[in-house]
Design a protein around this ligand. Structure first.
Ligand code: PA5
Length: 448
């Protein structure tokens, strides 16, 4: 498969090659169910053929809207939570210079995220910044009723209308939401905002290749055509065959499920590239919300190496042996940077002089893999050639496809998230929201 190589040879101490191949028939059934859309959650499978069916007109339209926003705003607030922001943030952080906030000559607007928390301090500080900046807002919510983004948008709508006047503010607001229903859709029609639709059959955590992700990503100056092309090429490869040897998503889904059955209940997604921190957050939501059901599922965790080798490394090496690691390995840096020679050599690093930092990072990666495998932490390695739009698009689709298969192997519906409602019900009851009187009584009695 182009852009992605999977190596599972470092799990063989725990899961044998034969055990993996014995799953071919089983996975074949789930593969068919996924592609023929006959399984659980089949009304949320729009993402399967999404990359190859993204309308070029939509891409053009998004690029035009993105340019308009880029021309008028130095800061863009992306309001959304969960699947309505993590995909965009994963791609933007992966492909942008993290220091651009401090660069007065930067070409692209600086993206700030809101609507993903209920911190009063965060919102106060954000509004203080917005007093001083030329900005625009992208508000994203599929249901259009989620509390966190709705509160953030209420605050920012007031601010932007006060700052620019109600009419001019409209040119600075774009909503991405359901085609027909929800409070955000209604508000957008009433106010006359530009809107983009989220397809009915694509759930939040699978929506990065819809306007949910594509609009903010385009505003950040990233080539969305290439991102979609990378995903589309992965779709072609992964939808072609269920053969374990020729479909890395099939192999990944089987391997992680067998590790789970052997008591490896935690999967740690590992990177050696700080740009991938939010890619891990996106992956955590994808797998956690898809599989954590019916009292089962691998717990998806994440670490950022080498930083976390100095914090979590001890646990991974010698703590409870219920974990396995999946490493995202990047073959080449975007640009080479060599370690300089130093005459004094007080740090005794001259043995590294002339080597690229990537070479040192690669040896840290290899050394860590050997140490952790020796410590009984099986290791799955996913390699991409370079951190760019194409490989990231492929990686997104690869993980989505494997997630669907993996959830079916586990026996759950990977495309719903009923458990997310529990906290909301209690919060609304505690806040005396009309309609929650019964729950309010129950909860208040419990708290007495
Ligand atoms: O994957 C999901 O469905 C969720 O994480 C949602 O994306 C998240 O709860 C936000 O929902 P909404 O877009 O309706 O505001």
């Amino acid at each position: 498969m182009k852009n992605i190589t999977l190596d599972i040879s470092k799990v063989f101490d725990v899961v044998g090659r034969n055990e993996i191949y014995s799953q071919q028939n089983e996975i074949g059934k789930h593969y068919k169910t996924l592609l023929q859309k006959t399984g659980k959650g089949n009304d949320f499978l729009g993402w399967v053929n999404l990359p190859s069916s993204v309308n070029p007109k939509l891409i053009k339209d998004i690029e035009t809207s993105a340019k308009k926003i880029r021309d008028i705003a130095e800061v863009v607030i992306v309001i959304g939570i969960g699947g309505s922001y993590l995909g965009a943030r994963a791609v933007i952080d992966a492909l942008s210079n993290p220091f651009s906030a401090m660069d007065n000559k930067r070409k692209n607007p600086y993206i700030i995220y809101a609507g993903n928390n209920l911190s009063e301090d965060y919102h106060t500080e954000l509004l203080e910044l917005l007093d001083k900046k030329d900005y625009a807002v992208i508000v994203i919510s599929k249901s259009g009723t989620t509390t966190e983004p709705a509160i953030a948008f209420r605050l920012i709508k007031n601010h932007i209308e006060e700052k620019y006047g109600k009419e001019k503010a409209k040119d600075r607001i774009i909503a991405v939401t359901d085609k027909t229903k929800g409070a955000l859709k209604k508000l957008s029609i009433n106010e006359g905002y530009t809107t983009y639709d989220i397809p009915d059959d694509v759930g939040g955590r699978f929506s990065v290749l819809t306007p949910v992700g594509l609009l903010p990503i385009a505003i950040a100056g990233i080539d969305i055509k290439k991102l979609v092309a990378g995903a589309s090429s992965a779709e072609k490869d992964l939808c072609e065959t269920d053969d374990i040897d020729n479909n890395p998503a099939v192999l990944y889904a089987i391997t992680r499920n067998l590790l789970y059955q052997k008591g490896k209940h935690i999967e740690i997604l590992t990177n050696f590239q700080p740009h991938l921190q939010y890619f891990t957050e996106w992956w955590k939501q994808l797998y956690g919300e898809s599989e954590g059901k019916e009292n089962k599922g691998i717990f998806p965790a994440g670490v950022n190496f080498t930083a976390d080798l100095h914090s979590m490394g001890q646990y991974i090496q010698e703590g409870l042996r219920n974990i396995f690691e999946t490493v995202i390995s990047i073959e080449q840096p975007k640009k080479k940077l060599f370690i300089p020679y130093d005459k004094e050599n007080l740090d005794e690093l001259n043995f590294l002089a002339g080597k690229g930092i990537q070479e040192v990072n690669k040896m840290a990666e290899l050394g860590t893999m050997i140490a952790h495998v020796d410590g009984n932490v099986p290791n799955i390695k996913i390699t991409i050639p370079l951190l760019n739009e194409e490989s990231l698009g492929a990686l997104i689709y690869f993980f989505e496809f494997a997630c669907g298969l993996s959830g079916y192997m586990l026996g759950v519906n990977p495309f719903d998230q009923p458990g997310v409602e529990a906290y909301k019900k209690n919060m609304f009851a505690l806040l005396d929201k009309p309609g929650f009187e019964e729950q309010s009584k129950i909860i208040k009695t419990r708290l007495e």
